[in-house]
Ligand binder design. Structure first.
Ligand SMILES: [Zn+2]
Length: 420
């Protein structure tokens, strides 16, 4: 699969596909609504009488779920269909179960899945709380199943399968986004728009904290997703403040479709502990004309130093970036992952959207090791960054214990699997 981007790039012979599949992995930046199985999307649309451009799986792959997208707007088209089929508790549970099953089947031992519950909620029919609970039900069922059948887990050789949930507020929405937002926009029709975006995120995080604290659901963080360039994170500062005060972690999509200023806001005004994508973090061409920055390079250097010192992890999504960022078009080697590692940043690999990007965690690792010629120690660094900077529920001591087990398991697999 991943080889579609690798024209002219030599395969890294340190890693067989079997090795990549068996080694323990994380995926901590992945959207549930971008990661359905295509067959399930078609099934659910038929069941619920929801219109799709075609109900033929191959045709959908050609016309909607493409190998390459013209831009981010084109990339976001499939989400209108996936959101539409996910306004139903049974569908949410099924999709969550299958998502976890897919992750665990490809050797992902720990994942954090994210979604915007307000895109699925339907006033009077399906509450935001029920959306989150339905997703958790599917994830938990799959996790219990996999832990029950994995011999290596039973023998104590491999770490357990685990997960966390990240809830996403939207940087921007209007009444067409979902039935929930239609209702919300009506209620707040006299409110300043920027304030309205922030109020929605604040309501979401308050609910998330309540569910986490009273229903034993592993909601581990707040994120904001959606259009980055004109809708700054600072509109959501109150929501992130609330998360911060209630010991909920923060990760923010930043530096994906905008530049260093966006990352600066995420880490200074919203306490982000991880950055989603960070693709443009070194790019001085993205500054807003009104930003009072004289020396852009110095500003960027300052941000990079801050991120490095605080070990703020950058959640890199190679395929997704390649499909949507014009500067990577036809040249995925130009991705700043290498530069991030040279700057000694904490970086991990992720899928972003399994269905929409047509990728898996194995594909992402294949891409990274082939393009950047990593060896096994360098790959372990990327993988361990994912575990270390995860928002895994439980104590820090338990997390370290888990990581230790993961390292032993990684070495065991590497020793067992012959190179190509
Ligand atoms: Zn994302």
């Amino acid at each position: 699969m991943a080889s579609r981007f690798l024209n002219g790039i030599e395969r890294n012979s340190h890693f067989s596909d079997q090795l990549i599949k068996l080694i323990p992995k994380t995926d901590i930046h992945c959207h549930l609504d971008g990661s359905l199985r295509v067959e399930t999307l078609v099934d659910l649309a038929k069941e619920q009488n929801i219109s799709l451009p075609t109900y033929d799986v191959d045709e959908l792959r050609k016309t909607v779920l493409k190998e390459f997208y013209t831009d981010l707007t084109d990339y976001l088209v499939p989400f209108q269909y996936t959101s539409a089929v996910l306004r139903n508790a049974k569908a949410l549970e099924r999709v969550a179960f299958e998502f976890a099953e897919d992750c665990y089947s490809e050797g992902v031992r720990y994942f954090e899945v994210r979604f915007a519950p307000h895109l699925c909620a339907v006033p009077e029919v399906l509450s935001t709380e029920d959306v989150i609970l339905a997703v958790n039900k599917g994830l938990k069922r799959a996790t219990d199943t996999f832990n029950g059948i994995d011999d290596d887990v039973h023998k104590g050789i491999a770490p357990e399968y685990k997960y966390g949930i990240i809830v996403c507020g939207m940087r921007f929405f209007d009444e067409n986004f979902s039935p929930f937002f239609k209702n919300f926009c009506e209620i707040f029709k006299h409110e300043n728009k920027k304030k309205m975006f922030g109020i929605a995120s604040l309501q979401l995080v308050k609910l998330a904290v309540h569910i986490r604290d009273t229903m034993n659901v592993p909601i581990v963080a707040l994120d904001i997703a959606g259009c980055e360039a004109s809708f700054p994170a600072i509109n959501h500062a109150e929501a992130f403040q609330y998360a911060h005060e209630n010991h909920m972690n923060k990760t923010i999509h930043a530096g994906e479709a905008y530049g260093p200023e966006s990352i600066f806001q995420a880490i200074t005004s919203c306490y982000a502990e991880r950055i989603g994508h960070g693709l443009n973090m070194f790019d001085t061409s993205f500054f807003h004309p009104e930003t009072p920055v004289n020396d852009k390079q110095k500003y960027v250097d300052g941000i990079i130093r801050f991120i490095a010192n605080r070990r703020i992890c950058v959640e890199v999504c190679l395929t997704s970036n390649y499909q949507t960022a014009p500067k990577l078009r036809n040249n995925i080697s130009a991705h700043p992952l290498k530069r991030m590692l040279e700057e000694k940043l904490s970086v991990c690999l992720n899928t972003d959207n399994r269905m929409v990007s047509r990728t898996t965690m194995c594909d992402e690792i294949r891409l990274a090791v082939d393009i950047f010629k990593f060896n096994k120690d360098e790959l372990w660094e990327l993988i361990s960054n994912g575990f270390e900077s995860s928002f895994m529920p439980g104590s820090y001591a338990n997390k370290l214990e888990y990581l230790k087990k993961m390292k032993l398991f990684y070495n065991r697999i590497v020793d067992m699997c012959p190179v190509e």
